[in-house]
Each structure stands twice: as structure tokens, then as C-alpha cells.
Design a protein around this ligand. Structure first.
Ligand code: FAD
Ligand code: DHB
Length: 389
């Protein structure tokens, strides 16, 4: 098989890129290790920046998102005593949209056949070859048959554990990493949310986040030590803890219900540089991870894909090789700013095991400063809504 762009991974990054290339008339094929149902079963991000919504709009795939997504004009930071509202719409003129990663993925997946975007699901042993040449190729096994996919470029959209980043020789790559001493325990339940805007809480017992997927489906998180297991947290214990950490006002409005999904996600900051080597480009979690505080992971995958699609279009339409050469620097400039925001919000809103009274006093002072400063609130709001691409 031969194509112009071989894409590894059919998560949000791979699917978005495939569609963006297709509408520009660039031939591409996606190769995904899991089944479509498995990809849809992963409960992850929930908040879309304006640019992610605009990408779906550019593809003409925003109808359900516009109909079902919840437009959020602000969110709240809780410091144990009060809610500090960040009026995102007023401070930036923009909004974010609550619409689950699962739904974005489903919309992109459903539109693939009618737009002629080929996806090989359940492809085993995907391996990258000749990435330093002008004729890279993928090998994989599909329905028991060994396959070869030749391309001009390979784009690695295969998440943190995929093979693409690892295909780049260690001698040319550089890793920046911080692993946090806790994970987020998340619960999804078919109950109305306790608040119509998100609440990020820093309580003496730890972090909590009240989020949602719709007016009838809630998503909550607390931070837990990495030694905890999901089995340690039956639903009632988790609802009790959420009530304490979110504070009495929110607690009074929490509706409890059985978990549809419950899982623990570790927190990590990670950047791999460069995001291109030879004929291989990396997008999304394949190149970087942010801690979830601030909801940047999926949105960062979308901005990478925007830059990658631009560079590939310039290459195939105007023979502009410089656009490909410039991809990594362009994408990384935005990646590092999102890394900074996610890291700083994580530091502000969590109690770290090694923190003493001084670190706590710094958190209190910063939250107090944010509460009283329009400039500080604007800085948070413009990062939350998404920096320009
Ligand atoms: P992925 O979604 O990881 O997609 C990569 C795809 O590549 C997958 O479908 C995978 O099966 C496929 N793949 C992997 N290996 C191979 C292979 N060998 N061959 C072929 N295909 C392969 N972000 C937020 O903003 N908010 C959140 O609440 C949030 N929660 C998260 C919870 C968890 C448990 C995780 C892991 C992430 C979370 N994120 C969250 C981050 C966000 O979901 C990711 O940033 C986003 O999924 C990145 O999209 P992606 O397409 O780059 O990677
Ligand atoms: C959600 C996840 C986040 O990481 C976040 O910052 C906000 C919302 C969510 O899953 O709804």
C-alpha cells in the first residue's frame, strides 16, 4: 500500500489530522492498535478550547458539539473558604466548551468512512522504518496478514506509550520530565452536576475537581497517593471525600449515584524535543504530557495537529520543505506555554507531601492575590481558554 501520509494512532490527534489532510486532498491512512470500541471506552478529557472547537467547525463536524456541548463562560478556584470565580468570557471574550473526548472521537470516527479516510483498527506490531529517508514506511499485522504502508511522511499520533517517539534515535532527542507524587481518581456518574461551572478545589485533605459531561452526567476527581488502588475507593467513600474537599456549599448540591467509570490517572509533565526527525512528525501525547489540571492535554494535541496539517499542506501543495523543518519549533513554542500553565496550576491547587508551612503560605498568598487582581485572573483566563495558534 502507498499513501502520502501514514498516521500512527486513531486517538483525537490521529483522527483530527486525518480529516484535516483529507479535506485538503492529501492522501493518508491511519493505523491503530486497538479496536474502535476500545478507543471510545477510554474516559479522558472534557473541556475543549475555542481552537479545538474551531478545528471541528473547519471540518464541518461540529453539529453535535454545538447542539450538545455546554458553553462555559467561567470556572472557579476554591481555596477552602471561598470560590474565586474566573470570568473567562468577560476577561478574554472567549469561552470553553464541555464536550467529552469520547464524543469528539466518536464524531471523527463516524465521519471517516463517508470522507474516504481509511483506518486499520486492531493493527498489531506497528513498526516505523526508514524515518531518516524520503520514503519512510510502516509494517504491521492486520487480520493475520503482514502489511506494508509506504508514505512520504509518517505522523506519530500514538500517545505516550506508542512506538513513534521511540523510533527517534536517543542521540538526537531530549526529554524533560517531572512525575508528580499523586494521581487523580476520577468518577463518572449519571447524576446532575453540583455546579454549572467547574470547581477546582485546594482543600487541606487534598485536591478536588467538580466537572461534567452534560446536564445529566457528572465527572469528579480527587487526588490520591500513587499507592492507592481504585478498589480502595468504593463509591460512597469517594462521594464522602468529594463532599468534604469541595466544601459545604457544593457538597449540599452533590447528587450521588453509581459510578459508570472509576479510574486513577498518574500525573506527569513530559516534553520530548524535537517533534520532528527526518520524515517523522510527532503530535499530541506522543511528544508531550501535561498534568490534567487546566484541561490542556487534548487541546494541545489539537494545536499540534493544526501546525502539522499546515506544514504538510505547504509541502504537498507548494513544495515548501521549510514548513516541515519549522514544525517542531512552532509546535513546541505553544507546548511549553501549556506545560507551564498546567504545572503552575497543579502546584497551586495540590498539597505536595514535601510541602511545609512556607509552601502552603505561598499557595494561600497566590490564591488571595488572584482573588483580588483582575490582571492575575486575566492571565489564568487566557491560558485556560487557550493561547492563540
Ligand atoms: P491518545 O488519546 O493516547 O491516542 C493515541 C492512540 O494511539 C490510541 O488510540 C492508541 O491506542 C494508539 N496507539 C498506541 N500505540 C500504538 C501502536 N503501537 N500502534 C498503533 N496505534 C497505537 N486531558 C485533559 O485535558 N483532561 C483530562 O481529564 C484528561 N484525563 C486523562 C486521563 C487519562 C487516563 C489519560 C491517559 C489522559 C488524560 N488526558 C486528559 C489527556 C488527554 O486525554 C490526552 O492528551 C489526549 O488523549 C491526547 O490525544 P492523542 O491522540 O495524542 O493520544
Ligand atoms: C476535566 C478534566 C480536567 O483535567 C480538567 O482540568 C477539567 C475537566 C474533565 O474530565 O471533565
Amino acid at each position: 500500500m502507498k499513501t502520502q501520509v501514514a498516521i500512527v494512532g486513531a486517538g483525537p490527534a490521529g483522527l483530527l489530522l486525518g480529516h484535516l489532510l483529507k479535506v485538503e486532498g492529501i492522501d493518508c491512512v491511519i493505523v491503530e492498535r486497538q479496536s474502535g470500541d476500545y478507543v471510545l471506552s477510554r474516559i479522558r478529557a472534557g473541556v475543549l478550547e475555542a481552537i479545538t472547537v474551531e478545528l471541528m467547525e473547519r471540518l464541518g463536524l461540529d453539529a453535535r458539539l454545538r447542539a450538545e456541548g455546554l458553553v462555559e463562560e467561567g470556572f472557579n478556584l476554591a481555596d477552602g473558604e471561598r470560590l474565586i470565580r474566573i470570568d473567562v468570557a468577560n476577561l478574554t471574550g472567549q469561552t470553553v466548551t464541555v464536550y467529552g473526548q469520547t464524543e469528539v472521537t466518536r464524531d471523527l470516527m463516524d465521519a471517516a468512512p463517508e470522507r474516504g479516510l481509511p483506518i486499520f483498527y486492531e493493527a498489531a506490531d506497528v513498526a516505523l522504518h526508514a524515518i531518516e529517508s524520503d520514503a519512510p514506511w510502516l509494517s504491521f499485522t492486520h487480520e493475520g496478514r503482514a502489511r506494508r504502508l509506504d508514505a512520504r511522511f509518517i505522523v506519530g499520533c500514538d500517545g505516550f506509550h506508542g512506538p513513534s517517539r521511540r523510533a527517534i534515535p536517543a542521540s538526537v532527542g531530549r526529554v524533560f520530565e517531572r512525575v508528580y507524587p499523586f494521581g487523580w481518581l476520577g468518577i463518572l456518574a449519571d447524576v446532575p452536576p453540583c455546579n454549572d461551572e467547574l470547581i477546582y478545589a485546594n482543600h487541606a485533605r487534598g485536591f478536588a475537581l467538580a466537572s461534567m459531561r452534560s446536564a445529566a452526567r457528572s465527572r469528579y476527581y480527587i487526588d490520591v497517593p500513587l499507592t492507592e488502588r481504585v478498589e480502595d475507593w468504593d463509591d460512597e467513600r469517594l462521594w464522602d471525600e468529594l463532599g468534604i474537599r469541595l466544601g459545604p456549599e457544593a457538597a449540599a448540591r452533590i447528587t450521588r449515584g453509581p459510578a459508570i467509570e472509576k479510574s486513577i490517572a498518574p500525573l506527569r509533565s513530559f516534553v520530548f524535543e524535537p517533534m520532528r526527525h527526518g520524515s517523522l512528525l510527532l503530535c499530541g501525547d506522543a511528544a508531550h504530557i501535561v498534568p490534567p489540571t487546566g484541561a490542556k492535554g487534548l487541546n494541545l494535541a489539537a494545536s499540534d495537529v493544526h501546525y502539522a496539517a499546515q506544514a504538510l499542506c505547504a509541502f504537498f501543495k507548494t513544495h515548501d520543505a521549510d514548513a516541515i523543518a519549522g514544525y517542531s519549533a512552532k509546535a513546541l513554542a505553544r507546548v511549553w506555554k501549556s506545560e507551564r500553565f498546567s504545572w503552575s496550576l497543579t502546584k497551586l491547587m495540590h498539597r505536595f507531601p514535601d510541602d511545609g508551612p512556607f509552601e502552603r503560605a505561598m499557595q494561600v498568598a497566590e490564591l488571595d492575590y488572584i482573588a483580588g487582581s483582575r490582571a492575575a485572573q486575566t492571565s489564568i483566563a487566557e491560558n485556560y481558554v487557550g493561547l492563540p495558534v
